[in-house]
Design a protein around this ligand. Sequence first.
Ligand code: NAD
Length: 465
Amino acid sequence: MKHWINGEDVPAETTLDVVNPANGTVVAHMPLGTPEDVDRAVAAATKALPAWAATSPQERAKRLKALAHELRERNEELAQAISTEIGAPISLARAAQAGLPPLVADSTADLAAGFAWTETVGTSLVVREPVGVVGVITPWNFPLQQIMTKLAPALLAGNTVVAKPAELAPTSMPILAAAVKAAEIPDGVVNIVYGTGPVVGEAIAKHPGIDMVSFTGSTAVGKRISVLAAETVKRVALELGGKSASVVLDDADLQLAVERTLTTAWTNSGQVCGAWSRMIVPATRRDEILDRLTKAAEDYRLGDPSEETTRLGPLASETQWTRVDNHVERGLEQGATLVLGGPGRVPGLEHGAYFRPTILADVHPDSALAQEEIFGPVLSVLTYTDEDEAIAIANNSVYGLTGAVFGEPARALAIARRLRTGQVDVNEGQFNVLAPFGGYKQSGNGREFGYLGVEEFTEVKSIQR
Ligand code: NAD
């Protein structure tokens, strides 16, 4: 692998091994970039900016459509790369890891026609312009999707980009670079520099030539980036951690609530920022819900990610395995009841970072299990006695990213409005690529997707006439 700067491969002196968590084998050598590599990428992005910003939104939308097409052509290659580096089941890798990014590029391109690029407000002409050179720093859980969610609106708005993928999951990036080239997006508009957070990530956050940094990742790193970016007063958009709640009312369709909560809590082995990792249920229905959860969990086969029928692969790394294992051990010591799964290596799968899908009950709302992001296939079940208590438990978090309410629709909607969180699904409500996505509280300060997602990558100029 090589850095990709100004449309060309740039070699690195040192590399970092990328490891398949299913078996510990090395699958790639990722370049370890330096601040000088970031300088080079920023120079390329700066040079490419005026011409790209001068193209029409329609032309840029056309390029995004072409990029979506090129990514679809590479679906299998992308899915194999991502499945191998983070252990995502191949079926999920094809459908979501590799399948969603072209959808994001397409749906973002479709916004070009209706976006308010210029508006007349009284005597003023209000113009939306690109922010400039945008630094993009992303996590490993959905490596290509996280980049595309920023790249697509940034490009549509006329910005150029310097992207740094996560160390654990860089292997889809050369395929993205090939797709960008094939889509005839000019050289220098998209640049990729690989490396560690403390070296390349911090160089991006601090860089005086970068006008905005858009970050997705942990809350701790988001805070660090904000501090570093403050020195140059660059714009910072943060998409951070979560500890989202699924609230089940006493008149809910319990089977629907159970199935949807498990899917959201365990997809990608629970390594999803918006995972509903807390299920808040009426105390009177606790036993019935635990029974239903245990039965529904039988559909989640843990195994080799390359097999079509696998629903859960290994965690993305051994570090992640140890973190999740420690969380569950500590939760049990603090009094949670083990309903399913549990800590320790999985018999027959000791060769990889496999963790059993786990359900814990009687979790105290203030305990670490209920408060800290685990980022593994671990569902905590908490009980309440009345509606106000259910809402108080759901809102008892420093995070506020997603959530759900199951129950009679009007009652569920009223409760959804009282949750301090950026997204809520009510009953069958599904993820909508046009709806703004982002966090309240320490889950972040930006919004991705839809018009707000494009707006985030624009500057506003008022011209009085
Ligand atoms: P992370 O914060 O450790 O790393 C994310 C990225 O930041 C990586 O590219 C990393 O190299 C870089 N980084 C690390 N230290 C840095 C520093 N000091 N300066 C600049 N960059 C630095 O997160 P992760 O472990 O890769 O991903 C998991 C986290 O991401 C979870 O907390 C999860 O909730 C969050 N996440 C949030 C969303 C969202 O949309 N809100 C989506 C996915 C993941």
